[in-house]
Design a protein around this ligand. Structure first.
Ligand SMILES: Cc1cc2nc3c(=O)[nH]c(=O)nc-3n(C[C@H](O)[C@H](O)[C@H](O)COP(=O)(O)O)c2cc1C
Length: 225
């Protein structure tokens, strides 16, 4: 019986002390992306930088848009997807975005447009969802400084149609890749993206988006500060 590990307080690293190893000799390569990754941190404060639709809209299009076709003339997208099934949908809530009304928008990859689903400011409601529904001690008062909020949903059937139950985790994995595209580009542009787990408020967010809970669910989100 292996010793019990207490995962609560320390970050654990697996090692193989009884085997030989190759030590890293060179310095890490000095590339712009490498520099961005080594400086990346979740910064829960305002970037104090104006966010405009002129930057945000193309950034979302680059992160999630259509980028080519396979031999069968089916689309490829900017993020990788198991079997190129692309089960994810992207919604944008704008609060203080220059030249953009507050509201809920759906990104449509067909023409890279933002479809206007609803107009109005939901910042307080979103902020409260992450505070009130939060069963952990972490509080999200910093969401007061959100300029925008991105919700990523999954339509699981697009993937399970091909892979059956074995494919159920693929949309979750893909949301990580899509989220990385979005957050790294936001970091590069000088903003503070904060990934927010939606485990406590997925249903409420789904209700706000008016999506069919039997088909589509919110699986990840990003606050842009
Ligand atoms: C799946 C996932 C969910 C997260 N959920 C939250 C969250 O709800 N609230 C929050 O403040 N940070 C959240 N984070 C950010 C993590 O707390 C953060 O990445 C972690 O503390 C490591 O710090 P770093 O990103 O600065 O390296 C989340 C990150 C991931 C990947």
């Amino acid at each position: 019986m292996p010793d019990e590990i207490d995962y609560r307080y320390i970050v654990h690293y697996k090692t193989y002390p009884r085997f030989n190893k190759i030590s890293l000799i060179n310095n890490l390569p000095d590339t712009p992306l490498g520099a961005l990754l080594s400086n990346r941190r979740t910064r829960r404060v305002s970037s104090n930088k104006e966010l405009s639709i002129k930057l945000l809209h193309p950034l979302l299009a680059m992160a999630t848009g259509r980028t080519g076709k396979n031999d069968g003339e089916e689309d490829f997208r900017a993020y990788p997807s198991a079997g190129a099934r692309y089960p994810l949908e992207l919604y944008l809530f704008s609060f203080t975005v220059k030249d953009m009304d507050s509201g809920i928008y759906h990104f449509s990859p067909l023409d890279n447009s933002l479809e206007i689903l609803w107009e109005g400011d939901l910042k307080l409601i979103i902020k409260n969802l992450f505070n009130e529904e939060n069963k952990e001690e972490v509080q999200h008062e910093f969401l007061e400084n959100m300029k925008a909020f991105v919700a990523i949903t999954a339509i699981e059937e697009r993937t399970t149609f091909k892979y059956g139950a074995a494919g159920k985790k693929f949309p979750l994995i893909e949301a990580g890749y899509l989220g990385a595209n979005i957050t790294i580009m936001l970091e590069e542009a000088g903003y503070n993206p904060v990934i927010l787990g939606t485990q406590w408020c997925s249903k409420e967010l789904g209700d706000i988006l008016d999506i069919n809970p039997e088909k589509e669910s919110v699986i990840s989100s990003i606050a842009i500060l």
